[in-house]
Each structure stands twice: as structure tokens, then as C-alpha cells.
Ligand binder design. Structure first.
Ligand code: 0A1
Ligand code: ZN
Length: 891
């Protein structure tokens, strides 16, 4: 299929489905080399559809049709029209039973969408449009049906047979075969359908809901991995309790199952009552999983569980509304994470990720609104914008209307829409109605791509004892060709931006926040106020200030914008040391570091030496000195902004100068503070055995940041220290951190550690992924050669998404090596994308996103990138998935 035949779908073209499907009965027979699917659909005309009777149309992909019948009568050749992707019945009765039988070939389904084989088992992935690969069906989320599914398979090789809902019978059927029937009591869209037939071990547990109902929990994993399931079960129970306590939402199921599979395109999938997970987000044991893995498991398990209400009970009308469930559910898993761990550190990490992923996305060729207007391949829109910026949009609503009103809004949303397929407008309407706050202007966040810029300036009037803050906003600085046009149109209106503000006094204390015209009672006692910026420019005057404040803006990152305010270095150091908002303490340090690194990159690119002021070292020294107050925070504050984030601030990116500048600053800190780093490293050692608690994880994070700084010295002592940690660690966090430090250093220890790591872990697939990624992330000049070599290693498999992400995606994120001046990184990755596309277009398209920012680099690099992209684009048989991404990159 090429771009001519691949259709662009527009949000405005939505029409209700002509037919509804009330119930679905499936019989799935797993035979050697094929799967037969018989389906019986009860269909009827949709009373809400257009008056003109439309034909009945069903979707299909890769189906071999064996038989078709309506109300028991086989269809003749003239009764229907069939293409490879649609089955059309022109004059169907208003209500009918459609029976179909198809043959499918999951053994050869390398796309991992629909029904596919992974190792010796069979799994499904139906979001967004995988159900059509299983049977003929009107595959759209606004058709909700009741399902009954019977699986038939060989008992010895496929002993576990699962589908959504409740077990409704099982038994033997002779010839060594068995069957199992499942009934889902809830109507659901077909994207939430799932089935599994495999050989799996299971860990069972139970949860009693607040109203006293018992829910049977089960986590199914590959045989032999039961000792890595406990954390996932624990996370699930905590998430279930949390949703009851925070949102009053109880589990509606009798059975809640999680199945882990090693071949999976994404993180996990919220199929009703039968979540299918990438093993990466289930399996954990202290010696195989890092603290980050443990925390990610918490978050993903919670995310999928929370979808049961925000996504499943209330689902999306069409795929343009994807953020309705994803933005909201990410917001919910973020809040869960904040309650389980440190709220401040959780927020810091989220914003770091947002800036590394979503901001570049919003400034590049794939920029799209949280609610996109059109797409060619919906799978390309499971993006950081829909998920993470979508969560920021929900968070801003909470900030603007307040926590209690937000909760009332959620209640109202469920009251109005339980069991429905709805839109983002419906969500915002519930929030507006529950709070009485007009969110009409706010909705622009759903419709306009790009990261807004927020300019701020302040003036203190000693006489009047007032501080005047001027805020202005524009999308211009981040305008892409597409939205530049929109900005000139009369439709351009400002965003409604919540700006959380505090004023910091000379001794670090919060000053009073009295806004002129409000009367003194309004602000009294509050140290943070949320200003509503609704105009292009607005002024806010703070009164009764005895001295000039240092303003703390956008506390807790109250809006996903790029803030420009000219704090002096001293003011930033003051905020870093004193601001009562921990996010802004961290932010001040990041700003100081960014300034220095960007200036140094400019110097280095014209052959001038970099300049590092002592004041930065002093600030870092203070952080180390007070690190034990909050080790996890200190670790974040000591971590410099990443290269991809910094690159966004450069007009033309010189990746080597940027890389050298950033590492130069790290080395300078290490040289100046070697003893303090070592002291901090030593004093935060844990004698106790590994525990995944936030406090212990915080200490490990801090020590490992110290270790990585010491690694910059390339000294025998630092190498020995890393090697000691590598060899003696009782947990993967410390072992891997030591390996990651050594992997940046061209030394014998690196070779030894990499070899012994593989030797020890070659049977643990997820640990092998770490081994691949630590090599692909190395700054050493021969990294591309190493990555090329690893393609041939038995550990690598182009068919397995985790391996592809570990090796190839990590390389694409290796800023200095991927953007090598000679274009070698570009040509390498483009070739791999072309190869992968023939197996798995979704993952290939994700990999192609690494090219998003190619136009920000210098002319010679741009030329190499465009050669590589053009060549990829011209490949015969390229998927619409990759074609859409590469086409937009080349536009
Ligand atoms: N809804 C899932 C994400 C997901 C989306 C698509 C998939 O296959 C193409 C798989 C999973 C979530 O948000 O967790
Ligand atoms: Zn989700």
C-alpha cells in the first residue's frame, strides 16, 4: 500500500455507525498451523444513525473467509462484496444474525497485532484495530457488545485458555483437546477483547473491595518466572485500594487477570478483566530489576487497572478522542505514583521526561494536538502528546478548579457517561459543570499543537511596596509551518494557562501574596497562588511587600509551557537553595546548568574553551552537603538536563559541542568535588539487604549519581570503585548503575564487566535487554560499530520489540552517536527501519521517530539525514505506518 491508497481519516468526518452489535459469540479453534474462528454477531440498525439506510460494512485484515450466513442462510456471491479489508452487505435486514467462519495464521503474524504467537503460546492485541485481524467486525470503539468466547486447543501444549470476563465452563473434548468458555458480563468495544492460549504459570491472590466483594486476582507468566510476580500483585492491590480511596471507584469484576508476554509492541493493554502486559512491566526480582523497573511496574499495573473505569466503563467515541482515556489515565497513574513515592521527585521525573520527549515532538514534524484532527495510521498517534501532554491538560483542569471540584467532576463524568463511548468535550463539560468554572477557552489545549511560550518580567516598586508581574504568551517561538498559518488566522486565541506563583524573600522565606484589587483577605496565609493567564498579555500586582522578592514561577510545573524569565544566576542559586516549592528548587538548578552548558557548547563550537564558574560548584557542594535530607531529590538536582532537551534550546544543534560541554561540566564538578562525592557515596551505603522502598531507592539513586560523576575522572580509583560495586551488588539497581558508569569509559574494566554481566544473565531476557541498551547508549566513539556487531549476536532478535527498543531505539536516542557528522548513524538506523518494517510496521514507525528533529542540525547532517529518509521513503512495499512518519519528516 502506498500513500495514494492509504486513507487519511478526519475527525470532522465522524458519523454514528449504521449498525450496532449487541452480542458476539466466538469459537476459536487452535489447530496445528492454523486457527479457525467462527463468529455469530447479533446486529441491528442503529436508531441514532443517519436516516438513509446504509449498507452493513465490516472490517477485516488477513482473513481467509470460509463461510458467511445471515440468519442461518449462506450468502450467495451476489449477496455481498468482499475486498481484502471490507465485507459489505448491501441490503441487510434491520436486525440479523451474521455468522462467519475464517481461517487465520497467528504463527506468521509478526506485527503482534490481532492474534499472534509468542514463543509457544497465543496472545491478542486488539487496540487500536487488531480485532479485524481475528474476525469480520465493524472495528470501531463506539460499538459496544456483550461477548461469549469458547477456545478449543490441544491440552498438553496449550493448557491455559483465557478470555475476558468470567469462566462459564470447560472440559475435555477427546483427542487430547480441551475447551474453555468465558462470558464477559460487560458490554465493551472490540479493542478491549482479549484471549490467551498458552502454557503459563500462575500466581493467585484476592482483593476484597470496600463494599465487601471479592475479586480473584491472577498473574500468568512464562513457566519458571513465578518468583518474579510478587511485586506486580502487590502493585495491583495497592492500585485497587487507592482508586477506592481517592476516586471512590471500586473494581466491578469477579476476576482480574494479568498475563505477561515477552513479545509485545507497547507497555501493556487494559483488555477488560484480562490485561496483557509486556513482561518488562510485570517481572521483577531484586537481582534482576532496578528501582526504576519496580516503579514502572507500579505505574503500568496501576495505569491498566485505572483504565477499567477511565477507558473501559467510559470509552472513546472515536480514536481522535484517545486522550480522553489516555491523558486521564496517565494523570491518575501519576497521582498514584506521587502517593506511593515522593510527590516532588515523581513530578520532577515526569517533567524531565515531558521535556525530553513531548516538547521535541510538539516542535517537530509529528506535532499534533492532544486531540488530533487527522491521521493515516492511528497507531502512530499513541504519542507522548496524547498521553503525557494529555495528562498535563487534565492536571491543569485540576489546578484551575481545585481538588474537590475535580473529584466532583469525575463523579459527574461517570454518572453521565457510564457505559458510553464519549468525547473529550464530554469530559471537560463534566468538569465545568461540577465546578462552575467556564472552561471554554481552556479547551484550546485540546485543539492546538505546539508548546506555548510564556514570557514573564517583574518590577518591584520600593515606594509603593508592590511587585508587578507581566505575563505574556505566544505559540510563535515554537511555531511549525502548520501552526504558523493557524496563528495568523482570526481563530488564533490565547490559551488559558494556570501559572502558580510564589514570592521568595531574602532569607528564603515565602512572602505574602496579596493581589491588588482582591482585598487583603483573599490571599492571606497562602504562599502559592494560581494566576489565570487568559489574555495574550496580563499584569498582576502584588501588594504590601517590604522588599523585592525573587519570584518563583510555574510552581510544580503548573502548565506545560516554555517559561522565559531573566533570573540572574544569583537569583537562581537563591531559589535552588530556598524555594519552598521543591519542583522549582530543582528547576532553578536545571536552568543554571542549562545556561552554562549552552554557553559552553557555543564556545566549544567556535574553538573557544568552555567556562565553568565556581558558583556552580558551590551550589552542587551545598546539594551534596544537605543530600541526606532527601537523597532522591538530591539525586535529581545533581543530574544535568539531557542532551535532547538542551538541543531544543539551540537554533542549530552541534551535537558534539553539546555533548562535550555537558560532559565537561560533569567532569569539572567531579574534579572540584571528588572528595565530597566520594563522601556522599560512602555515607549513603546501605548495609541492609535490598528493599524497593522509596527511601532505600532514593539513597541508591544518590550514590549512583555520585558514582557516575566520579566516573568522569577516568581514574583507576573510580574504575575500581565501580568495579567493586558491580561485583558486590546484591541488586540490579547498583549492579547496572556500575555497569553503566563503566560502559562510558574506554577501559579494561568495561570489557570485563560487560562480559561477566552477559555470562551471568544471558537466560533472563529482560536483563539481556539492559545489556544491549547500556552498550547502545555508550558515548564511546565506536558505539555504532558495537551496535552493528550486536545485531548479529544471539541475544538480538529483530522480531522482538523489547530487543529492538533496547538496541536500536536506545542508539537512536544516543544524541552524539546517532547524529554523527558523517551520517553513519542515520543510514544505519534507516536501513534497520526498512528491514523491521517488513516484520512489524508499528515498531518500525516508532523507531522512525528518532529522525523527528533532523532539521535542527547543520547543513551536512541535514543532507545525510534527508538522503537516508528519502531512501527509506522510496522502499517498495513500505507500510503506511512508516510512510506517514517519514513522509511528515520530509515535508
Ligand atoms: N491502551 C494501552 C496502550 C496500548 C496501545 C496500543 C497497543 O497496541 C498497538 C498496545 C497497548 C495503554 O495505554 O496502556
Ligand atoms: Zn493507557
Amino acid at each position: 500500500m502506498n500513500s495514494e491508497t492509504a486513507q487519511r481519516i478526519h475527525r470532522q468526518d465522524y458519523t454514528p455507525p449504521p449498525f450496532l452489535v449487541d452480542s458476539v459469540e466466538l469459537d476459536v479453534h487452535f489447530n496445528a498451523g492454523e486457527v479457525l474462528v467462527s463468529s455469530q454477531l447479533q446486529l441491528r440498525r442503529n436508531p441514532a444513525a443517519a436516516a438513509q439506510p446504509a449498507p452493513l460494512q465490516l472490517d477485516g485484515q488477513g482473513l481467509e473467509t470460509i463461510s458467511l450466513a445471515i440468519d442461518g442462510t449462506p450468502l450467495g456471491a451476489d449477496d455481498y462484496r468482499c475486498t481484502s479489508s471490507t465485507l459489505t452487505i448491501d441490503n441487510p435486514p434491520d436486525a440479523l444474525t451474521l455468522t462467519t467462519q475464517v481461517r487465520i495464521d497467528p504463527d506468521n503474524n509478526s506485527s503482534l497485532s490481532g492474534l499472534y504467537r509468542s514463543k509457544d503460546g497465543y496472545f491478542t492485541q486488539c487496540e487500536a484495530q487488531g480485532f479485524r485481524r481475528i474476525t469480520w467486525f465493524p472495528d470501531r470503539p463506539d460499538i459496544m457488545s456483550r461477548y461469549q468466547v469458547t477456545l478449543h486447543a490441544d491440552k498438553a501444549s496449550l493448557p491455559v485458555l483465557l478470555a475476558n470476563g468470567n469462566p462459564a465452563g470447560s472440559g475435555d473434548q477427546g483427542n487430547g483437546r480441551h475447551w474453555a468458555k468465558w462470558e464477559d458480563p460487560f458490554a465493551k468495544p472490540c479493542y478491549l477483547f482479549a484471549l490467551v492460549a498458552a502454557r503459563l504459570d500462575v500466581l493467585r491472590d484476592e482483593f476484597t473491595t470496600s463494599s465487601g466483594r471479592s475479586v480473584q486476582l491472577a498473574v500468568f507468566v512464562e513457566p519458571g518466572k513465578l518468583d518474579q510476580c510478587a511485586h506486580a500483585v502487590d502493585a495491583l492491590q495497592r492500585a485497587m485500594r487507592w482508586d477506592e480511596e481517592v476516586f471512590g471507584l471500586e473494581c466491578d469484576l469477579d476476576h482480574y487477570m494479568i498475563v505477561a508476554v515477552g513479545d509485545f509492541n507497547m507497555g501493556a493493554m487494559e483488555n477488560k478483566g484480562l490485561n496483557v502486559f509486556n513482561t518488562k512491566y510485570v517481572l521483577a526480582r531484586a537481582d534482576t530489576a532496578t528501582d526504576a523497573d519496580y516503579q514502572n511496574i507500579d505505574r503500568v499495573v496501576a495505569h491498566e487497572y485505572f483504565h477499567n473505569w477511565t477507558g473501559n466503563r467510559v470509552t472513546c467515541r472515536d480514536w481522535f478522542q484517545l486522550s480522553l482515556k489516555e491523558g486521564l489515565t496517565v494523570y491518575r497513574d501519576q497521582e498514584f505514583g506521587a502517593d506511593m513515592h515522593s510527590r516532588a521527585v515523581t513530578r520532577i521525573r515526569e517533567v524531565r521526561a515531558l521535556r525530553a520527549m513531548q516538547f521535541p515532538e510538539d516542535a517537530g514534524p509529528m506535532a499534533h494536538p492532544v486531540r488530533p484532527d487527522s491521521y493515516i495510521e492511528i497507531n502512530n498517534f499513541y504519542t507522548s502528546t496524547v498521553y503525557d501532554k494529555g495528562a498535563e491538560v487534565v492536571r491543569m483542569i485540576e489546578t484551575l478548579i481545585g481538588k474537590e471540584a475535580f473529584r466532583r467532576g469525575m463523579d459527574l463524568y461517570f454518572e453521565r457517561h457510564d457505559g458510553q463511548a464519549v468525547t473529550c468535550d464530554d469530559f471537560v463539560a463534566a468538569m465545568a459543570d461540577a465546578s462552575g468554572v467556564d472552561l471554554t477557552q481552556f479547551k484550546r489545549w485540546y485543539d492546538q499543537a505546539g508548546t506555548p511560550h510564556l514570557w514573564a518580567s517583574g518590577h518591584y516598586d520600593e515606594q509603593a511596596r508592590t511587585y508587578t508581574l507581566t505575563l505574556s504568551q505566544s505559540l510563535l517561538a515554537s511555531a511549525t509551518a502548520a501552526n504558523a498559518e493557524a496563528l495568523q488566522s482570526p481563530l488564533h486565541t490565547p490559551f488559558h494557562i494556570p501559572v502558580a506563583v510564589g514570592l521568595n524573600g531574602a532569607h528564603g522565606e515565602d512572602m505574602p501574596l496579596m493581589i491588588a484589587g482582591e482585598g487583603s483577605a483573599a490571599g492571606s496565609g497562602r504562599t502559592t497562588r494560581v494566576l489565570s493567564l487568559t489574555e495574550f498579555e496580563q499584569q498582576f500586582v502584588f501588594e504590601e511587600l517590604p522588599a523585592a522578592p525573587v519570584v518563583s514561577l510555574l510552581r510544580d510545573f503548573s502548565a506545560p509551557v516554555i517559561l522565559d524569565f531573566s533570573w540572574s544566576d544569583e537569583e537562581l542559586a537563591h531559589l535552588l537553595a530556598h524555594d519552598s516549592d521543591p519542583f522549582n528548587r530543582w528547576e532553578a538548578g536545571q536552568r543554571l546548568a542549562s545556561r552554562l552548558i549552552l554557553a559552553a557548547a557555543e564556545d566549544l563550537s567556535v574553538g573557544r574553551p568552555a567556562y565553568w564558574p565556581q558558583s556552580f560548584v558551590e551550589a552542587a557542594a551545598r546539594l551534596l552537603e544537605h543530600a541526606s535530607d532527601d537523597p532522591a531529590f538530591a539525586a535529581e538536582a545533581l543530574t544535568l538536563p539531557g542532551e535532547a532537551t538542551l538541543a531544543e534550546e539551540m537554533t542549530v544543534v552541534d551535537p558534539s559541542a553539546l555533548h562535550d560541554a555537558r560532559n565537561g561540566l560533569r567532569r569539572f564538578v567531579a574534579e572540584q568535588l571528588g572528595n565530597a562525592l566520594l563522601h556522599c557515596y560512602t555515607t549513603h551505603a546501605d548495609d541492609a539487604p535490598y528493599q524497593a522502598t522509596p527511601a532505600a531507592a532514593g539513597r541508591r539513586a544518590l550514590r549512583n549519581v555520585c558514582l557516575s560523576y566520579l566516573g568522569e575522572l577516568h581514574s583507576d580509583e573510580a574504575r575500581a570503585l565501580a568495579m567493586r560495586q558491580f561485583e558486590s551488588a546484591d541488586n540490579m539497581t547498583d549492579q547496572f548503575a556500575a555497569l553503566a558508569t563503566l560502559a562510558q569509559d574506554d577501559c579494561q574494566e568495561r570489557v570485563l564487566a560487560l562480559a561477566s554481566f552477559y555470562e551471568r544473565w544471558h537466560d533472563e531476557a529482560l536483563v539481556v535487554d539492559k545489556w544491549l541498551s547500556v552498550q547502545a547508549a555508550s558515548r564511546l566513539p565506536d558505539t555504532l560499530a558495537v551496535v552493528r556487531g550486536l545485531l548479529e549476536h544471539p541475544a538480538f532478535d529483530l522480531r522482538n520489540p523489547n530487543k529492538v527498543y533496547a538496541l536500536l531505539n536506545t542508539f537512536g536516542n544516543n544524541h552524539v552517536r546517532f547524529h554523527a557528522a558523517d551520517g553513519s548513524g542515520y543510514h544505519f538506523l534507516a536501513t534497520q527501519i526498512g528491514e523491521l518494517d517488513r516484520l512489524n510496521p508499528q515498531v518500525a514507525a516508532r523507531l522512525a521517530r528518532r529522525f523527528d528533529r533532523w532539521r535542527k542540525f547543520d547543513e551536512p547532517r541535514q543532507q545525510q539525514a534527508s538522503f537516508a529518509l528519502e531512501k527509506l521513503h522510496s522502499l517498495a512495499g513500505l507500510s503506511p505506518d512508516v510512510r506517514e512518519i517519514v513522509g511528515r519528516a520530509l515535508e
